[in-house]
Write a protein that binds this ligand. Sequence first.
Ligand SMILES: Cc1cc2nc3c(=O)[nH]c(=O)nc-3n(C[C@H](O)[C@H](O)[C@H](O)COP(=O)(O)OP(=O)(O)OC[C@H]3O[C@@H](n4cnc5c(N)ncnc54)[C@H](O)[C@@H]3O)c2cc1C
Length: 471
Amino acid sequence: MFDITIIGAGVVGSMIARTLSKYKLNILVLEKENDVGNGASSANSAIIHSGYDPEPGSLKARLNVRGNYLFDKVAEELDVEFMRIGSITLANNQEEVEILESLVERAALNGVCVKVLNHDELKTIEPSITDKVIKGLLAPTCGIINPFELVVAAMENAIDNGVKLHLCEEVTSIVKQESGFIVNTNKNSYETKYVINCAGVYSDKINEMVNKKSFTIKPRRGEYFVLDHFDNNYVRHVLFNVPSSKGKGVLVSPTTHYNYLVGPSSEYIDDKEDVSTDKETLDNVKQKAYSLVDNLRLDKQIRIFSGIRAVSDTGDFVIEEVIPYFINVAGIQSPGLASSPAIAEMVEEMIKGKELKEDYNPYRKPLPRLNKKTIEEKIALCKTNPLYGNIICRCEKISEGEIVDAIRRNCGATTVKGVKKRVRPGFGKCQGGFCEASVMKILARELGCDIKQIVYGKENAYILKEGTKGE
Ligand SMILES: Cc1cc2nc3c(=O)[nH]c(=O)nc-3n(C[C@H](O)[C@H](O)[C@H](O)COP(=O)(O)OP(=O)(O)OC[C@H]3O[C@@H](n4cnc5c(N)ncnc54)[C@H](O)[C@@H]3O)c2cc1C
C-alpha cells in the first residue's frame, strides 16, 4: 500500500513528489508518457514570472509570488539553470500606458516590486526596443529557467529520496475504498491512502473518476518561434506586450542558453493532444512581436513549436482536498511553472500525519556541464573519462560523456528527445541533423537494445525501419 500516489509527472507532480520525499512516506508517481515532463512543462515560455499580473487575492497571485521567491534555493539545490534577468512590459500607445498604470496597482496588491520607466530610460537598459515604445514596466525579480531540466531534476531528487516513478502507466480508473483508493492503470492496480491529481489537461477527467464534475479543463494552445543563439545581448530582458482587451500579447525573451523565444499565441482547441502549428497564427505572433523589438531576427529561426495550457473554467488554479485524501492540483496554467515550488508547499501542508526523515538530501548530483568549464577543468574531466573529449553535438558542444551521464542517471533518458531535453543535443542550428544518429547509437549501446528500437519521443515513434548502409 502506498501512502501517496501522484498522477502526472509534469513540473507540478515532480515538485510535489520531491517536496513530500522529505517525509517517511511511501510515494508512487504514475505517468502515462515514457518520460517525465512531456506535457505543458516542456512546451512553455520558461518564465519565472514576478507575479504582478495575476488577479490579487487569487491562488495564482499568492503562489506565483511565493514560487518566484523560492526559485533561487530550488535552482541551487537541483542544479538547474536559472537567471533573474527581469521583465519589461512595453506600452506603445496611450491606452496601453493606462493599462500599465493599473498593473502598478496590481503589483502593489500582490507585493511585487515594479518600476515604470520612460522611453529613454528603457533604451539604455534594453536597446532592442522599438521607437514606438512610450513607457515600460520593469519587474526585476522575473527570471528565466531551463524548464526541461527543472522537471527532470526535481524527479531525480525525489527518486534519490525514495520516490517510485512508473512511466508508461496511464491511470484508467480510481475506486474509492473505505480507507483510501485503488488506482488502476493500463498495467497494474495500486492501493493508496492519498491520491494527488496533477494530470494537467486531463485533471478534470481524473477528478471525475471519483468525484462529481466541479471544473472543466479547456485546452488553449500557444505557438512559438525559436531563434538560434547569435548575440547574447540581442534582448536582455523578458519583453512582454501589455495585456489588453485584444488578448495577452506575446513575449520576446532569451532562454538560459541564449536562444530567443518569440510567442506564444493563444487559441482554444478541442483536442487536448493537438500540438500542431499554423502559418496564420504564427504570422499573428510575428506582428505582435514587431511592436516589442526593432529588429525581429526571424532570419535566425530554427524551430517552431506549441504547448497546451490546462485552463480551468474556474479562472484560478484548483488546489483542494475535494474529498478526504483526494487532492486536486488542476487547472495549472501559467504561471504554473513559476508557482510550482509554492504549489508543492501548499500540498505539503494538506498531508496529515507525516514525519520527517533524518536522511533527506535536497541536493541533486550536479551535471558535468562541459560548456561551463575552463580548459583546465575540461582536460581534467577528460582524464577521468575520455568520453568527455568526444563532442557529439557540434552546435551546442555536447560531449558523449554528458549524454551517457544523462542516460545513466536515475530518471535517465531513454529516447532521443529525452537526451535532447536533458543535455541539449538537437537544440542547435542543425536541429539534430548531424548528431541524431550518434545519439541513437549511444542510446542503443547504453540501453542494451537494437538501434531500431530507439524512438524519437513518444512510444512507437520509431526512427529506423531497417538497417542503414549494410548494418
Ligand atoms: C504555451 C504555454 C506557455 C507557458 N508559459 C509559462 C511561463 O512562462 N511561466 C509559467 O510559470 N508557466 C507557463 N506556462 C504554464 C506551465 O507550463 C504549466 O502551468 C505547467 O507546466 C503545468 O504543469 P503540470 O505538471 O500541471 O502539467 P503537465 O506538464 O501537462 O503534466 C501533466 C502530466 O500528467 C500526465 N497525465 C495526464 N493524464 C494522465 C493519466 N491518466 N495517467 C498518468 N499520467 C497522466 C501527462 O502525461 C503529463 O505528463 C505555460 C504553458 C503553456 C502551454
